[in-house]
Design a protein around this ligand. Structure first.
Ligand SMILES: C[S@@+](CC[C@H](N)C(=O)[O-])C[C@H]1O[C@@H](n2cnc3c(N)ncnc32)[C@H](O)[C@@H]1O
Length: 248
C-alpha cells in the first residue's frame, strides 16, 4: 500500500490496523513504557471517586490497552470503547473485562449519529493514538467537546515531535532501528509502521495541537510529556468542556 509523506490516506488506516491486529499487543509490549504511559494519561484526567456513577469513552480503543488504563484509574465507571477496526476489537473482546466495559465497532466520526447511550454524554474521553489518524481532527475535537458533559475532560494521548529537533531525530532512529524492522518481522508488511513514522512527522507540534483544542472550544488546555525515551515524543493533551458558568 502507498504511504505518502503524511502517511496513509486516513480512510485506509483502520484497514491497516486490521492487518496488524494479531501482532499489535506483542509489538507494543516490547516498548517498556507503552502501558505505563497510557496509564499516566488516564491518571492525568483526574477522574474522581474511582469513576463511580461516571461514563467514560475510549475513542480508538484498539486491542484494549487504553481501555485497561481507563479501567485502572476508574474501576467503577461505565466505559464505552470504540474502534473502527474489527480485528483490533476482536483482540480486545477476547480479554477478560468486567460488565461495565462495552466495545462498539464504529468509526469515531459516526458515533454521535448512532443514537442510544453510546452517543454520550461522557464525563471523560481518552483518545490514545487516534487524532493523528483522522481526516478531520478539528471536526473530531469539536465532536468530542459536544460529547462531554460540562466540566468533563478530554485527554489526547499522542505522538508529537515537530516542536523538538532532538525528539524528531530520536523518532527517525526508533522507527528505522526498531519499529519498522519489528513490524516486518511479525507481519511481513511494513505499511502500518511506515504510516506511523510518516504520520507522526507530519502531525502537529505540541503548541499547534493545544491551539486546535482551544479553537474547538475546550478550556484550560495544557499538555504534559512522558518520562524516559518518550520525553517530548509522547504527550497527554488535556482540555475540558466549558462549565455553564464559564459559558456565561
Ligand atoms: C495506534 S491504535 C491505538 C489503540 C489504543 N488506543 C492503544 O492505545 O493501544 C489506533 C486505533 O485507532 C483506530 N482508528 C483509526 N481511525 C479510526 C476512526 N476513524 N474511528 C475509530 N477508530 C479509528 C484504529 O483502528 C486503531 O485501533
Amino acid at each position: 500500500m502507498r504511504v505518502d509523506r503524511a502517511g496513509l490516506p486516513r480512510g485506509e488506516v483502520p484497514g491497516a490496523f486490521d492487518v496488524g491486529a494479531a501482532a499489535y499487543d506483542r509489538l507494543v509490549g516490547a516498548n517498556p513504557g507503552y502501558h505505563a504511559n497510557l496509564r499516566r494519561s488516564a491518571d492525568r484526567m483526574r477522574i474522581p471517586g474511582r469513576g463511580k456513577g461516571l461514563r467514560l469513552l475510549d475513542a480508538g480503543c484498539g486491542t484494549g490497552a487504553s481501555t485497561a488504563a481507563l479501567l485502572a484509574v476508574a474501576p467503577e465507571a461505565e466505559i464505552v470503547a470504540v474502534d473502527a477496526a474489527g480485528g483490533m476489537l476482536e483482540a480486545a473482546r477476547a480479554k477478560p473485562w468486567p460488565p461495565s466495559v462495552r466495545f462498539v465497532h464504529s468509526r469515531i466520526e459516526d458515533l454521535a449519529e448512532r443514537g442510544g447511550d453510546v452517543q454520550g454524554p461522557f464525563d471523560g474521553i481518552l483518545a490514545a493514538y487516534l487524532l493523528r489518524n483522522l481526516a478531520d481532527p478539528d471536526g473530531q475535537l469539536r465532536a468530542f467537546r459536544a460529547l462531554l458533559r460540562p466540566g468533563g475532560s478530554l485527554a489526547v494521548h499522542e505522538y508529537s515531535v515537530r516542536d523538538s529537533r532532538a525528539a524528531t531525530r530520536i523518532w527517525h532512529a526508533v522507527c528505522w532501528g526498531i519499529i519498522i524492522p519489528s513490524g516486518w518481522w511479525r507481519t511481513r508488511d511494513t505499511t502500518l509502521y511506515r504510516h506511523l513514522w510518516r504520520s507522526v512527522l507530519a502531525f502537529d507540534g505540541a503548541a499547534r495541537l493545544r491551539r486546535r483544542m482551544l479553537d474547538a472550544g475546550l478550556t484550560d488546555v495544557h499538555s504534559e510529556t512522558m518520562p524516559g525515551w518518550e520525553r517530548d515524543i509522547v504527550h497527554t493533551f488535556l482540555g475540558y468542556a466549558p462549565t455553564e458558568e464559564a459559558k456565561q
